[in-house]
Design a protein around this ligand. Structure first.
Ligand SMILES: [Fe+2]
Ligand SMILES: [Fe+2]
Length: 325
């Protein structure tokens, strides 16, 4: 590969780790009941721990420098699930090695007197660089956005998830988070770093229906158009997509990855389990981003390389509208 290596970032999403017991009558909201029926009816056959374990094993062999996990670790947002996911994270890597943003299945219903996804707080927190960048910027009570630096790459974690009514899987960033994001993107660009934004929901209008999409996607696109970013990573759609959106300094690639827990017995509209390696290189001051997709090519098969493409080359034009490829 041409150029010097900056970082290899693994992108994994939507594990939907099998639901564990430990819930009583007070946990049964209408939304959870419907979600549980949905799980029993099909999802528990499609999403398996075996698929997740095979992907994680292969990923460890590829030795990425860092892992970005873009939400939906669990299914019903139950305290027992969130605690089990904490154990999963600890097995996956230390908080220094793994950055997480929550999905709509992690923040599923309002929780009273329970820490919820704050159980994962040290995997969703700014490091010393981030705290310096965030000085003077309002951070929400839940700690978002957060910023971490790995070499010449800055990771920005957003929370697009909040409890929604039954049958609604939409997301929202909100004005406070978008205002903070715009300032962060500007400050990190001044430092000459590569900006990678992590969000659960597909962040562009047209990538998901209104019932499942990000309600303030247009405002997010406006922030990117004014401030730019080098890469956006998301989950939620359970498909492999590459879209482009207008950025202040050139088109911004927006990459969605299939559900990591998808074993292959599932819906045809969902892709088989996969993760992406994003390899960042610098050749004479020009950033290169290579995407290497690894996952299952057939149900129950081995994890293998499925795709390899250079995003920098594909992004030579300036996208006026999001285009999926
Ligand atoms: Fe999901
Ligand atoms: Fe989701």
């Amino acid at each position: 590969m041409a150029g010097s290596e900056l970082l290899t970032l693994a992108h994994l999403s939507d594990l939907h780790l099998p639901t564990v017991g430990g819930f009583g009558p007070r946990h049964w909201t209408l939304k959870r009941t419907l979600g549980y029926l949905n799980w029993q009816r099909g999802r528990k056959r499609w999403f398996t721990r075996g698929a997740v374990d095979a992907l994680v094993k292969d990923m460890a062999q590829q030795r990425p420098d860092h892992i970005a996990l873009t939400g939906d670790l669990v299914n019903l947002g139950l305290p027992s699930e969130l605690a089990a996911a904490r154990s999963f994270l600890e097995d996956l890597g230390s908080p220094d090695e793994v950055s997480v943003v929550p999905g709509n299945h992690d923040i599923y219903v309002p929780l009273q007197r329970d820490p919820g996804v704050a159980r994962w707080r040290d995997y969703m927190a700014s490091d010393a660089f981030g705290r310096e960048i965030m000085a003077g910027i309002r951070v929400r009570r839940d700690g978002f956005p957060y910023v971490r630096r790995r070499g010449r790459i800055a990771l920005i974690g957003l929370n697009s998830s909040l409890p929604m009514p039954p049958f609604v899987a939409a997301g929202l960033l909100g004005g406070e988070q978008l205002t903070a994001l715009e300032r962060i993107l500007g400050l990190i660009r001044q430092r000459g770093l590569v900006r990678v934004v992590m969000i659960h929901h597909p962040p562009l209008a047209g990538l998901a229906s209104r019932r499942r999409g990000l309600h303030d996607a247009q405002l997010f696109a406006d922030v990117l158009a004014r401030s730019g970013a080098e890469l956006v990573l998301h989950g939620h759609n359970h498909t492999n997509t590459l879209a482009w959106t207008k950025g202040a300094h050139g088109a911004v690639p927006v990459v969605g990855v299939a559900a990591g827990g998808m074993s292959g017995a599932g819906k045809r509209s969902h892709a088989l389990g996969r993760y992406n390696l994003m390899r960042f290189t610098d050749s004479g001051g020009t950033l290169g981003i290579e995407l290497v997709g690894r996952g299952f090519s057939a149900p129950g098969g081995e994890v293998m390389e499925l795709e390899r493409k250079s995003l920098a080359m594909l992004g030579a034009g300036d996208a006026a509208d999001p285009v999926t490829a």
